[in-house]
Design a protein around this ligand. Structure first.
Ligand code: NAD
Ligand code: DAU
Length: 374
């Protein structure tokens, strides 16, 4: 299959999931179209995440463009320059703790940035006034026509917090509870509004917690692995019984690709691991995996576990029902959690240079100012 008619704008492609997605397309899908990685390179964006891809494909199938999704002029220029016919929108402020400490940037990037991208797509793809001319929304690829697509990456956190029972469905009413999830919810609403109002060909996915290579070390799994290696405390919030549903990042990427190529315009798809873990159980298991790799006693790192003050408004449990994408698009998870954790720990052990670069910059100052006070 050739995709050489696809000119995809990937926003936030230098971040954790965005960079995994770009790698997935080149390495697993044999993508032969054009990918434009548009990224502001905030503290979370890192071109090292794609060094190998850039060496192989830069100037041919891969282009990096530095810029801000809130910058209307710059975003418009990118659509023009590359004749963009698909958008996969990852760029966001993504960390809940940071949204509690400083919500403004979340509203700017996640809400204003998404709005700016939607407007650029509407301007470039559609007749500006009123509803779209449907003919303008298709382009031909090997005798079959495909609509233009704006795929918005969102989170299960928009649905709020679950008790012991139940799941998040695509029909679950929104109930975001942190500035992060509220800003993502607002962006989801805007994306849907552009579909209903302007016929912009959108799809949305709401995914559970990802883990895997290139995960920024402010997030639970990499934070714990790297703190173990530094023999630093392993801070567990509250009673440690909050539950998250973990998915290996490459499985998220394969789901996004499925939706982009086979999903129905206007639809929302939940993506999840069907893999719920209490934080404390997960941290204990990670301690054992790292101990095994480091030739230590099984319980060696567990003594570092420290219960700290809870995250304000900490959502208790997330659990995704992803029957829709499984049944309608034939997607399924492929990486078993135990194997995924092993792969992740190995990746951090084998990529010390990446770890040192990430840990030594702006992030180091932020940890000292915020996290080390806990
Ligand atoms: P990340 O923080 O690792 O990466 C975000 C990227 O966006 C960075 O490269 C950053 O430089 C870029 N960026 C930030 N502001 C920008 C701006 N104004 N203009 C251009 N680029 C900008 O995030 P992630 O964990 O990879 O998450 C990616 C997306 O997936 C987000 O939309 C997030 O809400 C969503 N999501 C994440 C998870 C998860 O578990 N990490 C789960 C579900 C959904
Ligand atoms: O559910 C999807 C969401 O998952 C994404 O939308 C977010 O972008 C992503 O950051 C993630 O949000 P969480 O808040 O669930 O992830 P985090 O890794 O920050 O925390 C996971 C759990 O671990 C959560 O219950 C809080 C807890 N935690 C986290 C940290 C950083 C701790 O107990 N200690 C910690 O030091």
């Amino acid at each position: 299959m050739s995709y050489n008619n696809y000119n995809i704008l990937v926003t936030g492609g230098a971040g954790f999931i965005g960079s995994n997605f770009i790698r997935y397309l080149f390495e697993k899908v044999n993508f032969d179209g054009i990918i434009v990685n548009f990224d502001l390179l905030t503290y979370a964006g890192n071109l090292k995440n794609l060094e190998d891809i850039s060496e192989k494909y830069s100037g041919k199938n891969y282009f990096f463009e530095h810029g801000d999704i809130c910058d209307k002029k710059r975003v418009g220029e990118i659509f023009d320059k590359y004749d963009i016919n698909m958008v996969v929108h990852f760029a966001a402020e993504s960390h809940v703790d940071r949204s509690i400490l400083g919500p403004e940037e979340f509203v700017r990037t996640n809400v204003q940035g998404t709005f700016t991208l939607l407007e650029a797509a509407r301007t470039y793809w559609l007749n500006n006034n009123g509803k779209s001319d449907k003919a303008k929304l298709t382009f031909n690829i090997h005798n079959s026509s495909l609509t233009k697509r704006f795929h918005h990456i969102s989170t299960d956190e928009v649905y709020g917090s679950l008790g012991d029972m139940g799941y998040f469905y695509e029909t679950t009413p929104y109930d975001p509870r942190s500035p992060y999830s509220a800003s993502k919810a607002a962006s989801d609403h805007l994306v849907r509004a552009y579909y209903h109002t302007y016929n912009l060909p959108v799809t949305i996915s709401n995914c559970s917690n990802n883990y895997g290579p290139y995960h920024f070390p402010e997030k639970l799994i990499p934070l714990m692995i790297l703190n173990m290696l530094d023999e630093k405390p392993l801070p567990v919030y509250g009673d440690g019984k909050n539950i998250r549903d973990w998915l290996y990042v490459e499985d998220h990427c394969s789901a996004v690709w499925k939706i982009l190529t086979e999903g129905e315009v206007g639809e929302t798809y939940n993506i999840g691991g069907e893999n719920e873990w209490e934080n404390i159980k997960l941290v204990n298991r990670l301690c054992e995996i790292v101990a095994n790799k480091m030739g230590k006693d099984k319980d060696y790192y567990k003594k570092l576990i420290t219960f700290v003050k809870d995250r304000p408004g900490h959502d208790r449990r997330y659990a995704i029902n992803c029957d829709k994408i499984k049944n309608k698009l034939g997607w399924k998870q492929s990486v078993d959690f135990e194997k995924g954790l092993e792969k992740t720990v190995d990746w951090y052990l084998n990529n010390k240079e990446w770890v040192e670069t990430v840990k030594s910059g702006e992030y180091k100052k932020w940890v000292e100012m915020n996290y080390d006070k806990r």
